[in-house]
Write a protein that binds this ligand. Structure first.
Ligand code: NDP
Length: 626
């Protein structure tokens, strides 16, 4: 029997082709299986794959050709002056373009052309030498680019050549590859890792490395899921009972538990259901924009009815009309516990429904993060990414409507309860500030509803208990604690104090809005001329990272705005108790976790391009805690 020859040894650094694409990345050889003639290699972002020898090349050959190409002055000129390098070109299409260009060329090319392709491909790879590339279509930047390319001919080089080929179509060479993911990827179930799916619909997908692989477990994994399923409802119960105490200090911990029947109120459940149905009705109204979400793994983009501002406006009118008709909204204050319990019941039933239906969902519709195969974990984290009943998107609706608008309704009810309980003609300054600040936050969120389509919740998290509970219970019944607290714990504010708190809120809001809008606009249309002044780092996924503007000053600049606003929400409640500061404390913990989760997720997605971003933008709002 003839033994296969082993060309590469364990530990060798070579270039490995990414499945379904013509892109090569630096990989380290870990093992060779003589039986299957496959090499086990590890990419720089930690992805392990098995490759055929024909999909591996010697690293040194790549670098030599790459350098020699970048020296050509003729080529440099053509790159920077080409009218084709306009802002129309999207960085997200770049990797796809390279892939398709290289593959298409490959059919007829000579050996020399193949060498050229190799050199083009390697420039796209997210290796450390990738520097912040300038965005397109701006003369000022083109000069800078020319200088930069003298030293480092990066992804923009490829951009020009490949643009014409971007529409060539999917990777027709898919069948040539026999690249398969290693079986031993721990707990995570490889949902979308079949090579067949890569590149099937869109060459963009083929160029997205680690993003298409199952993610590590979050929130303490399987054991953590059980913990959170029990802890979160218990914690909300604790807060709701505690805020109802005359002296809600920690010395009165734990608050007395009411009898079991005190939790149940059929009328409260009826109101919760009516409210959700009312919001659902507003959501399906054929008014407002139909916005597109970010591309899914299938390449498809979902459409969302973003009429949230209309929903909050109509809801306000409806509430005003109800109050005018004599409806006593202070019921919300007096039945807070029952309303919380009713919403919890709805959230649990919804989560069960979501989990059951996710069992019938196609693989490409599942969330990578909630596909561990463990029932408790997937139930908690959310198994299906975008569950829909026809066009009705359950996650988007719950994220933006009943809980968020309900938050404002509850705050308003607390202002009425304060007036009633303290015999006031108008709510206190503190209550007005808390109401207005949080109303501004919600109305702004609904006005810019489209922006949520590029947040982690919408893009990556499945819809399960975590979000259902968060949207329907956590947000409306814990974010309103400050207003609830003020009903029976008045805190007088002087006018200078009011002015200082308002200023703080406005500064926070400005940072929050500007930074979120900048990233959202960039993610939606990276070639928007209005953003052409921004500098970027291209990544192998085809998406780029901003390294100027707000995202170039500090990592997660939006979190700074969030924190300043959270401070402004707590200050009106004074310092007598810790409870109204709960939101501030919780929010810091939330952001620490979100930041850590996002940093490791981005590291996984973007590999060394993310490292480059972190080296370029050194400061972070949230210090690294774990
Ligand atoms: P971000 O909006 O900060 O989104 C993080 C994502 O942005 C990353 O995964 C990455 O996604 C992208 N990104 C990161 N760096 C860059 C860069 N340099 N250039 C371009 N894109 C980049 O995170 P969140 O979803 O956590 O937050 C959204 C907002 O909502 C925040 O202001 C947050 O505080 C707020 N929020 C408020 C909550 C509350 O309870 N009040 C709860 C949750 C969020 P990719 O590259 O894949 O596009």
């Amino acid at each position: 029997m003839k033994m296969p020859t082993v060309r590469y040894q364990n530990g060798d650094m070579v270039m490995g082709r990414w499945p379904g694409s013509n892109l090569y990345y630096e990989v380290k050889v870990l093992d060779f299986d003589a039986k299957s003639s496959l090499y086990t290699v590890i990419y720089k972002d930690g992805t392990e794959l098995e490759l055929k020898e024909q999909d591996m090349k010697n690293a040194s050959g790549f670098q030599t050709r790459s350098r020699s190409r970048s020296r050509s002055p003729g080529r440099r000129r053509s790159q920077s002056r080409s009218p084709a390098r306009t802002t129309r070109r999207s960085s997200s299409r770049m990797a796809a373009a390279v892939t398709t260009a290289a593959i298409t060329d490959g059919v007829t090319s000579s050996r020399k052309d193949t060498r050229l392709k190799d050199s083009l491909e390697i420039r796209l790879s997210p290796l450390p030498q990738t520097k912040a590339a300038e965005n397109n279509g701006n003369n000022k930047h083109e000069k800078k680019e020319e200088k930069q390319k003298d030293e480092n001919n990066t992804a923009n080089t490829v951009n020009e050549k490949s643009e014409a080929a971007v529409e060539v179509g999917p990777d027709k060479t898919q069948g040539r590859y026999n690249l398969r993911r290693r079986k031993d990827d721990g707990d995570a179930k490889p949902v979308e890792t079949k090579p067949k799916q890569l590149g099937e619909k869109d060459a963009k997908l083929a160029a997205a490395p680690a993003a298409s692989l199952a993610t590590p477990l979050d929130f303490g994994g399987k054991i953590g899921a059980y913990f959170w399923l029990l802890f979160l409802p218990a914690w909300v119960l604790f807060l709701v009972l505690q805020v109802n105490l005359e002296d809600p200090s920690l010395t009165n911990f734990p608050p007395p538990l009411p009898a079991l029947e005190a939790f149940w109120d059929a009328q409260a459940l009826g109101f919760v259901i009516l409210w959700i149905l009312f919001q659902a009705l507003l959501y399906i109204l054929p008014v407002g924009k139909l916005s597109e979400g970010v591309p899914l793994r299938s390449g498809k983009k979902l459409k969302y009815r973003t009429n949230g501002f209309c929903a909050v406006a109509v809801s306000s009118l409806a509430v005003a009309a109800a109050v005018h008709q004599g409806v006593d909204l202070t019921y919300i204050h007096s039945h807070f516990l029952q309303l919380t319990a009713a919403s919890f019941l709805v959230a649990v039933l919804l989560s069960v429904y979501l989990y059951v239906r996710s069992q019938y969902a196609a693989g490409e519709q599942l969330a990578l993060g909630g596909s561990s195969g463990n029932v408790a974990y997937d139930f908690f984290k959310g198994h299906e990414l975008n569950p829909r009943i026809k066009e009705f998107d359950l996650k988007f609706f719950c994220e933006m409507r009943p809980g968020l608008i309900g938050w404002c309704l509850i705050n308003f009810a607390m202002a009425l309860a304060e007036m009633k309980q303290q015999g006031l003609d108008a709510p206190s300054y503190s209550m007005i500030l808390v109401n207005l600040f949080q109303l501004l936050y919600v109305v702004d969120g609904l006005w810019n509803e489209e922006a949520i389509l590029t947040t982690m919740d919408l893009m990556h998290d499945g819809f399960g208990f975590m979000l259902a509970f968060g949207d329907l219970v956590w947000v409306p019944f814990t974010y309103t604690l400050q207003a609830y607290y003020l009903v029976s714990h008045p805190n007088h504010l002087s006018l200078p104090a009011v002015a200082a708190i308002v200023t703080l809120k406005l500064v926070g809001f400005y940072i929050f809005r500007k930074s979120n809008s900048e990233k959202n606009a960039f993610r939606r249309n990276p070639s928007d001329p209005k953003l052409s002044h921004l500098q970027i780092i291209p990544t192998a996924t085809g998406k780029s990272l901003l390294v100027s503007g707000w995202w170039g000053v500090v990592r997660h600049p939006n979190y700074l705005g969030d924190l300043l606003m959270a401070l402004a929400w707590s200050l009106p409640c004074g310092f007598s108790h810790l409870l109204p500061w709960y939101y501030m404390i919780y929010f810091i913990i939330l952001l620490v976790h979100r930041d850590a989760r996002d940093m490791s997720e981005c590291r996984r997605k973007y590999g060394s391009a993310w490292d480059e971003y972190c080296r370029t933008v050194r400061y972070r709002i949230i210090p690294r805690v774990y």
